[in-house]
Design a binder for this molecule. Sequence first.
Ligand code: CTP
Length: 397
Amino acid sequence: MKLTGKTVVLAVTGSIAAYKIAGLASMLKKMDCNVHVLMTENATNFINPITFETLTGNKCLIDTFDRNFQFSVEHVSIAKQADVVLVAPASANVIGKIAGGIADDMLTTTVMACASRCPVLISPAMNTNMFRNPIVQDNLRKLAEFGYGIIQPDCGYLACGDTGEGKMPSEETLLWYILKEIACEKDLAGKKVLITAGPTREKIDPVRFISNHSTGKMGYALAKMCMLRGAQVTLVSGPVSIEPPLFVDVIPVTSAKDMFDAVTKRYDQVDIVIKAAAVADYRPSDPADEKVKKKDDQLSIPLERTDDILKYLGEHKKKQILCGFSMETENMLENSRVKLEKKNLDMIVANNLKVAGAGFGTDTNIVTMITKEQVEELEIMSKEDVANVIIDKILTL
Ligand code: CTP
């Protein structure tokens, strides 16, 4: 994912968590983002401005009256460029200043100048007792009321030796907050999207199950891009080992029956359903309560059909747009067109497992988007890019 043309302002105050912002600045830079770092005088006691200047390629701004810088009113200039400001770590002192309308240094003047024209996020980091202080809580409430985004601190081991609330979240978490604000246009705002992902597991006995090779990557990429494009996303996920995107409502399920229940229960409330999950078509008809012991001769397990979730959704469709996936190893187009028709879908995304760069576990995919009127073959691209193209297409339906 790229943030080309975007400007992020990182406002760093005096807290030990300041060191984490170097990692965040580096992540943003790798995404081709223009990064400006502002520091309070106190922050420079925890991390050297040269660290940030080396990572971002931009001068680190500390003093409002720095005569050597090319702009005479730097705080206004930065405010004009900023797409988002993140105050992290935000000390109790600086939170109090911003909430009280005090602007007496580079950081607080810039935040004040930015607040009316771009989102400002505040990530408090302090000792638990300071964080719980009613004055700090009142300041945070006030800032939230004025439209500042407050990032709840984590619970954990704090630099002071205490364990509790007040720990600044990880760089990765802070990055999610930034991405949510600026990564994409919000063309799915107001839409509710339900996505299924991953495999299902069908119990044979307490130690064994039938499943498939799905890793959930395609469904998770779809959930991420839908969320970043402003949708309210529910992700019904079979067992996978990848982390779900933040700001997505994750419903973990195991079997095809669990997935059927989770999906059908929510169907009436959603506008779009994308079924990227690899659902088992059969399950053991009589799963054993005890471990099945081996014998000398062959073993066969009687199987029965699971419900076809997508077919059920197609039969009960009202206003929803339904997008299915179709994984084939032969006759991809023909077979997928039959599924489009039979399941009453608006679109089906087909891929051929036998083509290198497509299918299970890869970070790329090669898909063909099929609607009643059109067949569109896409070239190899990352699953995130595939997700974006699928969303673009859905928006035209
Ligand atoms: N699907 C579903 N419920 C099932 C089986 C599949 O909802 N019990 C959905 C999948 O999530 C996918 C689409 O149907 O979006 C097509 O799945 P696929 O496995 O490619 O095809 P099947 O319909 O199962 O047919 P076949 O296995 O014969 O190819």
